[in-house]
Design a protein around this ligand. Structure first.
Ligand code: NAI
Ligand code: NA
Length: 395
């Protein structure tokens, strides 16, 4: 079978499993090129199959020789299709990690469930004893609460409606998009899905089960962004959820004091991932930002961000490097006033006719395609993929 990309709006409907392997290998090579660092040896990653979670897992396994357990919600091959990119990322990651003698275990299922917490606890006990680091990198539009209630998050603004040009990745054009103000219930529900409640449940369960080593740390990923994006993010429903996440870090931090541990939030830069491509209007900011940051030589992808987070800002010579609010600022380059001034000068000039000339939308598009295993160097996309043998691979 020859696999062509199927993109619908800002969502990829398929993936190229062989290309996904190349994407994982490319990230591993970048970590090896950056050199080893002294990091945690036993790590649990929630949301391990793509984006920041996958990059974290690769950075720690191949930069600090960490054994990892990764949890994610992904689809394998079925009569509906070949399965999701994250399904194959898990498989290829495990193969590469095992080749280097690392333990790499993939747990597939709903990380919001108590059942998955128990499965993780059992696996940690059997395979790792305890963990030194827990990474919380879930991004989801829905959470089923432990009592069975389904809660959905929304991507809306608060206060005044907001509209602007958004990116249609399928057609590579700009389209008008608008964000309506959320109702109080929608804000509350988004906080329930994307805030810190589930993170705290995880850390409580792990600590009670004695799965956290002395001095264990946990880190969750957040975004703040520049003022120009506040209506889209910080002052939107997702921003409320992130505020809750930041507050929860303080609660967990107190809880971990008992074992000499710490909870952190790492505020990352805006990057193309499955989750971020979906936020209205934001990808236009992202395309402009990528252009400016590349021009100035400070561009980072997911893997570079996570390498720098662990090697320099969490496990480097100075230990954890955080700001006055105990936030680890990986958005330092993005928020550099010179970078933001350049982006802000371009943004009002963007039209459907000139956007390619103003920002790095080709680079953004390529990153998006690569998340799904397409457009990777060295992959022969004209060659048929052996679907039957892919079906035999297990995570
Ligand atoms: P992503 O969509 O690439 O990764 C999400 C991960 O969560 C996947 O591994 C997926 O399988 C897993 N997942 C989702 N629902 C699950 C469930 N019910 N059970 C188990 N696993 C589940 O997203 P991305 O962008 O890497 O997001 C991770 C975190 O980073 C989020 O908190 C996001 O807000 C944050 N972040 C993202 C930024 C960006 O620009 N992409 C910037 C700063 C922070
Ligand atoms: Na992730």
């Amino acid at each position: 079978m020859i696999i062509h990309p199927q993109i619908q709006g800002c969502v990829a409907r398929n993936c190229h499993p062989i290309g996904c392997r190349a994407a994982v290998q490319q990230q591993i090579e970048r970590i090896k090129a950056a050199g080893p660092f002294n990091g945690p040896k036993r790590v649990l990653v929630l949301g391990a199959s793509s984006g920041f979670g996958l990059a974290s897992r690769i950075a720690l396994a191949f930069g600090a020789s960490a054994d990892t357990i990764g949890i994610s919600f992904e689809r394998g091959p079925s009569d509906k299709g070949l399965g999701s990119a994250g399904w194959y990322n898990n498989i290829w990651f495990r193969k590469e990690a095992e080749q280097e003698g690392r333990i790499a275990i993939n747990l597939i299922g709903d990380a919001f469930s108590d059942g998955m917490r128990q499965q993780a606890i059992d696996t940690i006990r059997q395979q790792l004893g305890q963990v030194d680091l827990v990474i919380y990198s879930l991004a989801s539009g829905i959470r089923v609460l432990p009592d069975g209630t389904q809660v959905r998050s929304v991507l809306k603004t608060t206060g005044q409606p907001f509209s602007g040009w958004g990116l249609d990745l399928e057609r590579d054009i700009l389209v008008q998009q608008s964000l309506a103000p959320a109702t109080p219930e929608e804000i509350r529900d988004t906080v329930t899905v994307m805030g810190g409640e589930d993170w705290q449940l995880w850390m409580q369960a792990l600590q009670q089960a004695d799965c956290l080593a002395l001095g264990a740390q946990t880190v969750a990923y957040s975004y703040i962004g520049p003022e120009s994006t506040y209506p889209l993010y910080r002052d939107g429903t997702i921003g409320y959820a992130k505020e809750h996440l930041h507050a929860t870090a303080e609660t967990i931090n107190l809880q971990l004091a008992e074992i000499g541990g710490h909870a952190w939030v790492s505020v990352c830069k805006a990057l193309v991932t499955k989750a971020s491509a979906y936020i209205p209007v934001l990808p236009v900011y992202l395309g402009l930002l990528m252009g400016v940051m590349k021009e100035r030589g400070v561009h980072e992808g997911c893997i570079e961000q996570m390498q720098r987070l662990f090697a320099a800002k969490m496990y480097g010579p100075n230990g954890v490097v955080a700001d006055g609010n105990r936030l680890i600022r990986m958005d330092d380059h993005e928020l550099d006033p010179a970078i933001q001034a350049a982006v802000s000068a371009l943004w009002p000039k963007v039209t459907p006719d000139n956007f390619h000339a103003l920002g790095d939308f080709a680079g953004l598009r390529q990153d998006f395609m690569q998340l799904n295993g397409f457009e990777l160097p060295g992959v022969d996309y004209a060659a048929p993929v052996d679907v039957a043998s892919l079906g035999e691979l297990t995570p």
